[in-house]
Write a protein that binds this ligand. Structure first.
Ligand code: FES
Length: 110
């Protein structure tokens, strides 16, 4: 099974294994990693914002326009920011590393 590392805001890291085809949001939920995912993956909240390790960013399929629009509203946006609900783990992404931002902004609360 492919592995993914979640780097936490406190500097710790969590290494997880998950079947290919799972989104990072669901992997985080399954492993009690603090990604909220308030809209449950329909690109309406940005609380699943993750920062992809630059070494991996170019290996992910590029974001759809809708994802970019939602990211524009995310707190702490970076050049390699993505929505965790839109990243699907594959065997080719074995070893992927992402960081969780210190805060997220829930647009559903707005
Ligand atoms: S879970 Fe809401 S945008 Fe990803």
């Amino acid at each position: 099974m492919p592995r993914v590392t979640f780097r936490m805001p406190d500097g710790s890291a969590r290494n997880c294994e998950a079947p290919a085809g799972e989104t990072l949001l669901h992997i985080a939920w399954d492993n009690d990693i603090g990604i909220e995912g308030a809209c449950e993956g329909v690109m309406a909240c940005s609380t699943c914002h993750v920062v992809v390790d630059p070494a991996w960013a170019g290996r992910l399929p590029p974001p759809e326009e809708e994802e970019l629009e939602m990211l524009d509203l995310a707190w702490g946006l970076t050049a390699t920011s993505r929505l965790g609900c839109q990243i699907v783990l594959t065997e080719a992404l074995d070893g992927l590393a992402v960081s969780l931002p210190a805060e997220t902004r829930n647009l559903l609360d707005g």
